[in-house]
Write a new protein. Structure first.
Lengths: 257, 327
C-alpha cells in the first residue's frame, strides 16, 4: 500500500502575527512546524505502512525552509519526500497548489493520499479536496477513524453534530481531524536514518508545468491585524454580589441574555 | 446581464441551517444594491416545502433539485449537480455556509468549476471589478486577508453567526424552478453506512448565540455538568479549551481555538480558561466576552468585556441561579 502525505509547514500556533514593512505577514523569527493536522495524516500513513507494507511519500510546496519539516516527517518514518520549490510559486492560491500537487504525484503510485483537514495558517481547508478533484478520485474530509481492506476504505468522519461512516473505493484523498490518532515523535534512530532518505527538490519545469499556463484565481489585496480588544470591567465585591451584577449587566447593558 | 447571487441552502431533515438564512438575509442586501436576483438553491429529497421559507428570507428565485440520491449529503453527487447547474446558469456569486458540509463541498465544487474560493469569510463587500471582495481571518484570527477572486462565479464560504438574520416576510413570493439531478456516475463514489447525530438539545457550537466554555480550571470531566446546567438555562452551547480536551475531560468536538472550532457568538463565557493565544484565536471575534478565573493575572482578562476574579465553582452555579430569574 503506497501512501502520499501532503504536508504543509506552518507557523507555530503560539506565534504572534505581525506585518512587515511591505504589509505582508512577517515570518522573520517565527518558529516553523509541521501543520498540526498533517501530523495526524503522517501518523495514519505510517500505521497503514506498518500494517500493509509499501511506502510513504511526502509532498510539499514551499521554499528551502520546508526541508526541515520534511526531514522531521522522514524521521518519523516516512520513506521519501518531494518538495516543489520554484520562484514562480510566490504565495500560490489553492487552485494553483492543487494543480501543482496533482502533477507532482502523477508519477507516483498511490492508494491513499492523506493531508490535514485544515492548515493553521491560511485556514482554508481547500487544497487536499481540490487535489482529489484534480485527480478525479473521491475525497473524505475530517476523518476520525480509518479501516482499510483490499482496495476499499471504511471511514468515520466528523460532521456537524455527530459523525458519519462512509465507504469508498481507493485511491482516495482523506483529510485528518484531531482524534484520528496520536502522532509519534521521531526517534534518535529515525533522525539518523532520515538524513540519508531521498528529499527531491523539483522546479515547476521538472514536474512539467509552466506557471504562465497556470494563473491563480485569487488575489490577496492586503493583510491587516484585528483591532485588539481592550480589557473591560472587572466586577469586584463579594462573589454573590458580583455575580448578580454580572447577570444584570448582561441583561440590561449588553442585552445578550 | 443579471445572472444572480446564489445561496446554496443547507438543510437536514427539512430543517434549514441558520447560516443559510443568514446568507439569504445578507444576500438580499447585496441583491438590492447590485440589481442581481437572489437565488436559493436547495438540494435534497422532498424539499419543495422549503421554498416559501427561503422566499420569506429574501430569495427571488428558488432552484429545487429533488432526488433520492440527494437525500443525504455526499460530496460527489452534490458537486456533480451543482457544477452542471452553475455552468448552465452562470451566476455571479455562489455562497455557502462554512459548515462541515460547506467546507467539504465548496473546495471540490470550486475546483470542478476552475474558480477560486474564499473560505471562512467574515465580511464581504461589493466591488466593481470582482463583484464581491471578502475578508477572511487567517492564522486562526490573528490576522485578516482581504481577497478578490478573478474568475466567475466568485465563490465563498461564510462563517456562521456573522450576518444578522432578516425578519422573515411570509408575503414574499419567489419563482420556483425544479431541476433534474444530473449526476456523473463517477461521482457516486461514496456509500453512507451510518450517520450518528449525538443527541443534544444544545445548539451546534459554531452556530450558537451563547457559548459557555471551560478550561484547565474545570479540574476534571465530572465538573462540566455545572457548565451544562448553566448552558441549558440560557440556551447556550458548551465549549472547552485545548487544555481540557488534551486532558481527556471533554470530547475534541467541543474544542474552541486555532486547532478546534472558530466561533463568534454574541456571548462567550470563559470559565477557568487562562487565555492562551491559540484559544483567543478561536473566540476573539465573539461580541461580548465574559471571563471567570481565579488567577487575576490570567491573559483572558486582557480582552474580556466583563470579568470576575474568583472561583468558578462558586460563581457559575450562582450565575445559573441569576440567569434562571431572568429567563
Amino acid at each position: 500500500m503506497n501512501i502520499v502525505v501532503y504536508l504543509k509547514q506552518t507557523f507555530d500556533t503560539e506565534a504572534k502575527i505581525a506585518l512587515n514593512s511591505s504589509g505582508k505577514i512577517d515570518s522573520a523569527g517565527v518558529n516553523l512546524v509541521i501543520n498540526p493536522y498533517d501530523e495526524y495524516a503522517i501518523e495514519e500513513a505510517l500505521k497503514l505502512k506498518e500494517k500493509f507494507g509499501g511506502e510513504v511519500t511526502l509532498v510539499s510546496i514551499g521554499n528551502e525552509r520546508v526541508q526541515e519539516a520534511l526531514r522531521t516527517a522522514l524521521a518519523m518514518g516516512c520513506d521519501q519526500a518531494i518538495l516543489v520549490n520554484d520562484p514562480g510559486l510566490d504565495n500560490p492560491d489553492e487552485w494553483v497548489k492543487a494543480e501543482v500537487l496533482a502533477k507532482a504525484v502523477s508519477t507516483i503510485s498511490y492508494d491513499i493520499i492523506l493531508g490535514g483537514r485544515i492548515a493553521v495558517d491560511d485556514g482554508s481547508s481547500q487544497v487536499a479536496v481540490r487535489l482529489a478533484d484534480a485527480l478525479n478520485i473521491p475525497s473524505v474530509t475530517s476523518i476520525l477513524k480509518l479501516e482499510v481492506e483490499e482496495n476499499k476504505a471504511t471511514v468515520t468522519r466528523e460532521i456537524d453534530g455527530g459523525t458519519e461512516i462512509v465507504e469508498i473505493s481507493l485511491p482516495a484523498v482523506l483529510t485528518a481531524q484531531k482524534g484520528l490518532n496520536i502522532p509519534r515523535y521521531p526517534s534518535m534512530m529515525g533522525i539518523m536514518k532520515a538524513k540519508k532518505k531521498e528529499l527531491k527538490v523539483m522546479s515547476l519545469a521538472d514536474i512539467g508545468i509552466s506557471i504562465a499556463e497556470l494563473p491563480g484565481k485569487m488575489n490577496t489585496l492586503d493583510y491587516s491585524l484585528p483591532s485588539s480588544r481592550k480589557a473591560g470591567i472587572k466586577i469586584a465585591g463579594e462573589v454573590a454580589d458580583a455575580t448578580r451584577e454580572l447577570a444584570r449587566i448582561l441583561r440590561e447593558e449588553a442585552k445578550v441574555i | 446581464m443579471a445572472k444572480g447571487i446564489w445561496i446554496i441552502v443547507e438543510q437536514s431533515k427539512l430543517e434549514i441551517r441558520k447560516v443559510s438564512l443568514e446568507l439569504l438575509s445578507q444576500g438580499r442586501i447585496i441583491a438590492d444594491k447590485t440589481g442581481e436576483p437572489l437565488v436559493a438553491v436547495i438540494l435534497g429529497k422532498d424539499v419543495t416545502e422549503l421554498s416559501q421559507k427561503v422566499a420569506a428570507y429574501g430569495a427571488d428565485k428558488v432552484i429545487l433539485v429533488d432526488d433520492d440520491k440527494l437525500a443525504e449529503y455526499t460530496t460527489g453527487a452534490y458537486t456533480s449537480v451543482l457544477n452542471k447547474l452553475i455552468r448552465k446558469e452562470e451566476p455571479q456569486a455562489v455562497l455557502l455556509g462554512n459548515t462541515a458540509v460547506g467546507k467539504d463541498l465548496a473546495p471540490r465544487l470550486a475546483h470542478r468549476l476552475a474558480v477560486g474560493l474564499a473560505s471562512d469569510c467574515t465580511s464581504m463587500e461589493i466591488d466593481e471589478e470582482s463583484f464581491l471582495t471578502f475578508m477572511r481571518p487567517i492564522y486562526g484570527g490573528k490576522a485578516f486577508a482581504h481577497v478578490a477572486l478573478n474568475a466567475r462565479p466568485v465563490m465563498a464560504t461564510i462563517r456562521p453567526n456573522i450576518f444578522p438574520l432578516a425578519a422573515p416576510d411570509d408575503s414574499r413570493k419567489a419563482e420556483v424552478v425544479n431541476e433534474a439531478a444530473v449526476i456523473d456516475p463517477a461521482d457516486l463514489n461514496v456509500i453512507i453506512k451510518e450517520i450518528v447525530i449525538a443527541a443534544s438539545e444544545r445548539p451546534e457550537l459554531i452556530e450558537a448565540n451563547i457559548i459557555i466554555s471551560g478550561g484547565r480550571g474545570m479540574k476534571g470531566p465530572e465538573n462540566y455538568s455545572i457548565l451544562e446546567e448553566c448552558a441549558d438555562v440560557i440556551g447556550a452551547a458548551v465549549g472547552a479549551s485545548r487544555a481540557a480536551v488534551d486532558a481527556g475531560w471533554i470530547e475534541q468536538k467541543f474544542q474552541v481555538g486555532q486547532t478546534g472550532k472558530t466561533v463568534s457568538p454574541t456571548l462567550y463565557i470563559a470559565c477557568g480558561i487562562s487565555g492562551a493565544i491559540q484559544h483567543l484565536a478561536g473566540m476573539g471575534s465573539s461580541k461580548v466576552i465574559i471571563a471567570i478565573n481565579k488567577d487575576p493575572e490570567a491573559n483572558i482578562f486582557n480582552l474580556a468585556d466583563y470579568s470576575i476574579v474568583g472561583d468558578l465553582f462558586e460563581i457559575v452555579p450562582l450565575l445559573t441561579l441569576e440567569f434562571k430569574k431572568l429567563v
